[in-house]
Design a binder for this molecule. Structure first.
Ligand code: FMN
Length: 281
């Protein structure tokens, strides 16, 4: 089968998950082309492909704006193409499943056949920094199940999640993030530690940062992906109202995975359930 994979990723987790899935599909004898959703890039139409994967990080229990905008640009095709949503999130809460509601609605309206939702918990890029052992365990467990997920996709299978009124209401309320971020994002600032390296400008998938006299200037298209604050080598990007939640610096994904006894206290039961469920698969 010939797959096309589109993904949006601020700090690399979703990119990694989509690339790993694509590689597994190729290892199984399929073709998989992969494209980032970013500003200014014209993405190929899914016409002529036999399956579509759409990857995104969960943002406030929703899919990020650039992903929804992209889905709305997809053409209505004669053939009902199967689609899989691939998401990553920092916590294993069931509420994150609500982030599939709007993408599924858009896709169904356009005649696409949404077959499955894949979800990998990966380290947080906002709110707090996961200990390295947690990051290692998340990635290791995802790596273990991605080949099974690729096999399921290749067979045309998958799981779709139902979201009741409570989850829908919470996700709907938090969609306030969508109009709020362009406003908050304009107030992002570089501190005196900024060395003018331009890394933030390079990583911003929306082209929302321009270097002016050696300092980043933040535009009005921020989607809160956190690429700028996360990747700054000097931790110099202040993220306005959200600054207390800033997470800086890539995870090394090296070392020993967290043992059950090391699993963080926050959402502890949910993380353990998630890890054990994956380990049993
Ligand atoms: C603005 C924002 C909101 C987020 N909201 C959630 C959330 O509701 N639930 C969750 O589990 N993780 C949330 N996260 C964490 C990310 O989903 C997670 O770290 C993801 O793997 C990042 O993927 P990326 O590296 O591809 O951008 C949020 C991250 C950001 C930046």
């Amino acid at each position: 089968m010939k797959f096309i994979v589109y993904y949006f990723s601020g700090t690399g987790n979703t990119k990694w998950a989509c690339e790993t899935l694509a590689r597994e599909l190729v290892n199984r004898g399929h073709e998989a082309e992969i494209y980032p959703i970013s500003a200014g890039s014209t993405l190929p139409s899914p016409e002529g492909y036999e399956g579509v994967l759409v990857g995104y990080p969960v943002h406030a229990f929703n899919a990020p704006v650039p992903v929804l905008k992209f889905l709305k640009t997809l053409p209505v095709l004669q053939k009902r193409l199967p689609v899989w949503l691939v998401r990553t999130s920092g916590e294993p809460l069931k509420l994150n499943e609500a982030s599939g509601v709007t993408p599924k609605r858009i896709l169904k309206k356009k005649g696409y056949d949404v077959r499955g939702e894949l979800h990998y918990v990966m380290p947080y890029n906002i709110i707090f920094r996961h200990p390295e052992g947690m990051a290692v365990r998340m990635k290791r467990d995802a790596e273990r199940v991605i080949p099974q997920d690729a096999a399921l996709i290749a067979e045309g299978g998958g799981t779709l999640y139902k979201n009741g009124p409570f989850r829908r209401m919470v996700a709907f309320t938090l969609r306030i993030e969508h109009p709020a971020m362009p406003v908050i994002g304009r107030r992002f600032k570089a501190t005196k530690s900024c060395i003018g390296c331009g890394k933030c400008e390079k990583v911003c998938p929306l082209g929302n940062i321009t270097m002016v006299e050696g300092k980043p200037k933040f535009g009005k298209n921020c989607a809160a992906c956190m690429g700028c604050a996360f990747s700054c080598p000097k931790d110099a990007v202040k993220i306005s109202l959200l600054n207390g939640w800033r997470v800086n610096g890539a995870y090394s994904f090296e070392g020993d995975p967290a043992l059950d006894s090391d699993v963080i206290r926050y959402c502890r039961k949910s993380y353990l359930r998630y890890f054990h469920n994956l380990e049993e698969r």
